[in-house]
Design a protein around this ligand. Structure first.
Ligand code: KG4
Ligand code: ZN
Length: 339
């Protein structure tokens, strides 16, 4: 059973054909990074305009690469939120038109649900129940996942998402967007213990807060005048020390939550989970607790439509179809909140 997935929730135009919810036949992502780079972050109006230009070519390429005709597609799975409303609108309108014209079923997928299901595109698949840590540019949350459609939010960020902190720190150090991969590679030549940036653990909750950490980096750089007053080695040390604080918090929260919930498996998802140091640290730390970590490949951590098609497969199997009255939602919580 082939599902066409579409995601335009943020700054990537993505389309993918996935078989039986697990096998990627094609996976096309058109990045807008070069458009937003000079602004140090995403400009929503520019993002939606670019989606309009790219949606048809990207879907076309995904179908061609998969050598698939629309008559072989069982359902179109589209991300309808959360995300930038103008960006989401492009994907949702396009998917509705494709569904109507070709008489193909439509299913609506929450972007965060998609991220959780990205690990089902690779072997071995995680087993329910598990804990999911989603750390991306727009979200940082921990979920208990008991099965398809059964999500309990255990914690979330109260201010910046982890990826947003990476992007802002890269910007204040004078680098472009997205900042995550830049800090990741700078940190490899830096000393993570050079500067003791705060670790915002927020006791008695699995919520996160990264804005204070970002401000601590800003104050540190300001003391030097500005980023031009920081020499090359020190930039690497700042990057490594900032990153170390983020990783410590993400790792400790995820492991503590898994232990409290009695879960032996933790699935990572979202762009920040492509981070090389986080991947190493969390696997090591979880190993000490007898917890198994499932890491999607880096290209499946960042936004893609294969994950939307994977989650869409389960919606379709359960008969959860969307109608042509489907509307995008900028704010779209996943599952129920804890306690
Ligand atoms: O999941 P994603 O592609 O989009 C959202 O749903 O937000 O995540 C994008 C975020 C950006 O903030 C980017 O800087 C961050 O993920 N990111 C990384 C890395 N690669 C991407 N952060 C840390 N290390 C990386 N290697
Ligand atoms: Zn995402």
């Amino acid at each position: 059973m082939r599902i066409l997935g579409i995601d335009t929730s943020c700054d990537d135009t993505a389309a993918s054909v996935v078989e039986d919810g697990t096998k990627i036949i094609s996976n096309i992502v058109s990045s807008q990074a070069e458009i937003h780079e000079k602004y140090g972050g995403i400009v929503p109006e520019l993002a939606s305009r670019r989606h309009i230009e790219m949606i048809w070519p990207v879907v076309d390429e995904a179908m061609n690469k998969a050598r698939t005709d629309f008559k072989d597609i069982s359902a179109i799975a589209v991300c309808h939120g959360p995300g930038l409303i103008g960006s989401l609108l492009v994907g949702v309108c396009f998917a509705k038109a494709l569904s109507y014209v070709n008489g193909i079923a439509l299913v609506a997928v929450n972007h965060l649900e998609g991220h959780i299901f990205s690990r089902f595109l690779e072997e071995p698949e995680p087993e329910f129940p598990f804990l999911a840590l989603i750390a991306s540019g727009g979200h940082t949350s921990i979920y208990r996942v008991d099965g398809f459609g059964m999500y309990v939010e255990l914690g979330r960020t109260r201010d910046d998402a982890a990826g947003e902190a990476y992007d802002k720190v890269a910007k204040l150090l004078g680098f472009g967007y997205p900042g995550g991969p830049i800090i990741d590679s700078l940190a490899q030549s830096g000393n993570p213990a050079a500067i003791n940036f705060p670790r915002p653990y927020l006791p008695k909750t699995f919520d996160f807060s990264f804005s204070g950490l970002k401000t601590a980096v800003l104050s540190y750089v300001r003391k030097k005048g500005d980023s031009s007053g920081v020499n090359g080695n020190e930039v690497s040390d700042i990057a490594a020390s900032f990153q170390s604080a983020v990783i410590d918090v993400l790792t400790e929260k995820a492991i503590t939550a898994a232990k409290k919930e009695g879960l032996k498996e933790v699935v990572l998802a979202g762009g920040v989970c492509a981070n090389s140091a986080l991947r190493e640290v969390i696997v090591r730390r979880a190993g000490q607790e007898g917890i198994k970590i499932y890491l999607p490949s880096p290209q499946l951590c960042t936004d893609n439509a294969a994950m939307i098609a994977a989650a869409g497969f389960y919606h379709f199997k359960q008969g959860k179809l969307a109608g042509l009255d489907l509307n995008p939602r900028a704010y779209l919580p996943l599952g129920s909140a804890h306690g």
